[in-house]
Design a protein around this ligand. Structure first.
Ligand SMILES: [Fe+2]
Ligand SMILES: [Fe+2]
Length: 157
């Protein structure tokens, strides 16, 4: 990111928001992190990659139309992933299916609430920037991992 872009970004958002963006982007250079979330071909990686595209677009001062398109892509890919994960859980009679589905709904509802928020666009965007990666990474590393552990115990077909 150029110094001009950095200055423009930090003049728009509260202190610390740029660090959140840079920390998330930095994770993409960390192979062990990528393996932790399922590897470079996983849906989790794809979601985080789309989030990175979204914040990069925001930091680089792209147009509102481009930013809206990036956010829409991110939201769609995330919902497709949640749906496929829930279907797999249902098919394997995972006992945590209902609660896991509620976690997904909470996330989707929160993101929808921020997108449609009547608060100032700046406040809503800052909350989105911070909430999205923190909730998602926490979820992948705990709830999704519990399902992986359950799956490992299933007899292979
Ligand atoms: Fe999940
Ligand atoms: Fe997941």
């Amino acid at each position: 990111m150029s110094e001009t872009g950095r200055d423009a970004f930090t003049s728009l958002f509260s202190p610390g928001i740029l660090e959140v963006c840079e920390n998330v982007s930095g994770l993409f250079g960390d192979e062990s992190f990528i393996e932790t979330i399922g590897g470079p071909n996983s849906e989790h990686f794809l979601i985080m990659d789309k989030y990175d595209e979204f914040i990069t677009c925001l930091r680089d001062g792209c147009s509102a139309v481009e930013l809206g398109a990036k956010l829409r892509d991110l939201f769609i890919i995330m919902q497709v992933h949640f749906f496929s994960e829930e279907m797999l859980m249902k098919c394997s009679n995972y006992p945590g299916h209902d609660s896991h589905k509620r976690h997904h709904r909470y996330f989707v509802t929160t993101i929808e609430g921020l997108i449609n928020s009547k608060a100032s666009p700046k406040d809503a965007m800052e909350r989105l920037i911070v909430f999205f990666p923190h909730w998602l990474l926490g979820h992948i590393l705990t709830a999704d991992r519990e399902y992986e552990e359950f799956n490992k115990l299933l007899p292979s077909a």
